[in-house]
Design a binder for this molecule. Structure first.
Ligand SMILES: CC(C)(COP(=O)(O)OP(=O)(O)OC[C@H]1O[C@@H](n2cnc3c(N)ncnc32)[C@H](O)[C@@H]1OP(=O)(O)O)[C@@H](O)C(=O)NCCC(=O)NCCS
Length: 212
């Protein structure tokens, strides 16, 4: 059994810790968080032992470290820092998800309860495949992608760096979602979506451009 340091003690941090413990691979977790009010608190039975930057001085005390922060870009930056610093950054797969043995999940990615990832799909580092979402066959999700609870991604879809597919949206097969874009909750995407846009509605249309 291993120990796990989790960067981020918010709601997502809790869910990630729970997932890690459910795998049966970890017997102890601890959190780091930049919210001063959280440091010293107990979050689902485990302590918040310092600020995010404290991962450096804790090197050697934990077997592995994981980033549980919702901001897609920051999450990948921290995964890369942990890797550079020599931490083992796992991918965490909830035991009640299905991940095809013919798929590839890169480090720092969590696949939560009820999620399905089908054959031929690759999920880049630092991504979140959230509760009860699905990513069908032959998709290519780049780094720092978040597929929110209940979202459905059809086969042969590509999603660029840092894009966020919100709650319950559906992406039709063969569609490309650009980098740093947001697909709003409940949208149905049937055509390619540009980089740096928010798209919403059924069928989804671009509502606004986002800062890069
Ligand atoms: C997309 C979202 C984050 C809002 O982003 P935002 O930048 O604050 O968007 P805005 O409020 O500026 O909306 C921009 C436009 O998109 C529309 N829009 C936003 N979300 C929409 C939705 N889900 N469905 C339909 N239209 C939507 C707005 O009505 C607005 O349209 P208008 O310009 O015609 O008035 C939010 O609507 C959403 O979908 N949240 C879900 C988050 C989620 O999945 N959380 C899970 C975390 S685990």
């Amino acid at each position: 059994m291993k120990t796990l340091l989790i960067l981020g003690a918010g709601g997502h941090g809790k869910v990630v810790a729970d997932c890690a413990l459910e795998t049966g691979l970890y017997h102890k977790v601890a959190f780091l968080d930049d919210d001063a009010a959280k440091v010293g608190e107990i979050v689902i039975d485990y302590p918040v032992i310092g600020k995010l930057c404290n991962f450096e001085k804790l090197k050697g005390e934990y077997d592995e470290a994981f980033v549980a922060i919702g901001n897609n870009r920051l999450r990948v930056e921290l995964v890369d820092k942990l890797n550079r610093f020599g931490y083992n950054v796992p991918c965490l797969i909830h035991p009640f998800s299905f991940v095809s043995k013919f798929s590839v999940i890169e480090c720092g990615t969590v696949v939560l309860a009820g999620a399905v990832i089908n054959a031929g799909t690759r999920v880049g580092r630092g991504s979140i495949i959230n509760t009860c979402s699905s990513v069908d066959h032959d998709c290519l999700l780049s780094k720092g992608v978040h597929i929110s609870p209940g979202a459905r991604v059809g086969g042969t879809v590509t999603v660029g760096d840092y894009s966020w597919i919100c709650l319950g949206s559906s992406i039709a097969n063969n569609v490309h979602i650009g980098e740093n874009s947001i697909i709003a909750a409940g949208a149905a995407v049937i055509k390619d979506i540009d980089n740096n846009v928010l798209a919403a509605g059924v069928p989804a249309v671009t509502k606004k451009r986002l800062r890069q």
